[in-house]
Write a protein that binds this ligand. Structure first.
Ligand code: TXA
Ligand code: MG
Length: 343
């Protein structure tokens, strides 16, 4: 690609049928040539490469600074392609796929031999997802090969939910960024390992445990205390903004003010993300209201964290979400954002 440098970081819009078609054509051309392209999905933006081309997938690891032991999800455009990526397609895979695909669910299945080692981090399983965003669907159909795509952020940082987030973090390192609008789910897919019985929830997402159980029966969870690390997305420190994150409950503004004064960061560099007990903005760098509704909260959360980073926040105080099933994935991401750096 001789034009790589001129084109670095180009953002293409897709908001008319003609622009959409042209963006599909340019994305497919680069992907066929072994390049990487940042693409919208309904969960978060992905950094995509031909999943069957180890050199292209290696570029994804390099651009993200992703450790080689962390496997990548393979994105498909339908059931036949999903089945080609897997060695065997058990009845439970079929039931889950029928219920939740296309959508924000990744199924970990035994891998077919056509999936290169670099995608699975040398393991015998592969994560497969059929995303619902029309743009990535069109690109995969046109390419006629699956796309390996992790979230389009630097490793361990906050995932992007719009094209500007990708541009800020990866910039000219990516030859092409497609703007497919605001991600509608806003946090990463639910990851379910169905190579074990009962199936094991590796990463909670907006397809909740109760919904999965209704289709797949009993599940176990890798997310609980003392669980074995199977999915590196389960590393404690992940999805983190640059600022320190504290998750608190407070009953009134006075209580919040008192505690934040003790945290030792000036209010002028403290951002507060609240959903119920909203303090006045006085003194704080910024006070945001995130809707008290799990779907809307998930959609807004990463945008808020990116904004904190952009404004140079030093401390982010987040009002703790409720401890119920629909909020579980959100609590999981907040806890990881708040975790102290792993040694
Ligand atoms: O919503 C999503 O899943 C987004 C969009 C782009 O599709 N992708 C995403 O990819 O979040 P990534 O790489 O940031 O996170 C993938 C997670 C990681 O925690 C990884 O360890 C896990 O899925 N994973 C992938 N393949 C796996 C496998 N074979 N076994 C266990 N875990 C796997
Ligand atoms: Mg990620």
């Amino acid at each position: 690609m001789h034009s790589k440098h001129q084109r670095g970081g180009t953002v293409l819009p897709t908001d008319t049928p003609a622009l959409f078609q042209d963006a599909v054509r340019q994305a497919v051309e680069l992907l066929r040539a072994g390049e990487v392209v940042a693409l919208p999905t309904e969960t978060v933006y992905g950094l995509a490469a031909n999943a069957l081309d180890p050199a292209a997938v290696a570029r994804v690891f390099e651009i993200k600074g992703r450790p080689a032991h962390n496997p990548i999800i393979v994105h498909v455009s339908g059931m036949p392609m999903a089945q080609r990526c897997a060695a065997g397609w058990p009845a439970v895979a079929q039931r889950l796929a029928r219920a939740f695909w296309p959508g924000p669910l990744t199924l970990v299945v035994n891998r077919a031999s056509l999936i290169p080692d670099i995608v699975t981090a040398g393991g015998e399983t592969v994560g497969v997802r059929w995303p619902s965003h029309p743009f990535i669907q069109a690109v995969i159909r046109e390419c006629d090969f699956p796309l390996a795509a992790p979230s389009a952020n630097l490793s361990n940082r906050v995932s992007p939910t719009n094209a500007a987030h990708v541009r800020q973090q990866l910039g000219v390192r990516v030859p092409l960024i497609i703007d497919g609008g605001q991600a509608q789910v806003g946090i990463e897919s639910t990851v379910l390992d169905i190579t074990v019985s009962p199936p094991r929830l590796l990463r909670p997402g907006m397809i909740h445990e109760a919904a999965l159980q209704a289709v797949a029966g009993e599940l176990t969870s890798a997310a609980g205390p003392g669980a074995v690390l199977k999915s590196p997305g389960m590393l404690r420190k992940h999805y983190a903004p640059k600022a320190r994150v504290l998750i608190w409950c407070w009953q009134n503004e006075q209580e919040l003010r008192q505690r934040s004064a003790e945290a030792g960061v000036p209010d002028s560099r403290t951002h507060v993300l609240s959903h119920t007990h909203v303090p006045s903005g006085v003194g704080y760098a910024r006070v945001s209201v995130i809707p008290h509704d799990p779907e809307a909260f998930a959609r807004a959360l990463y945008g808020e964290l990116h904004e904190c980073d952009a404004q140079g926040a030093e401390l982010i105080i987040i009002e703790a979400p409720p401890q119920t099933g629909e909020w579980r994935a959100i609590s999981d991401r907040l806890n990881r954002a708040a975790a102290a750096d792993d040694p």
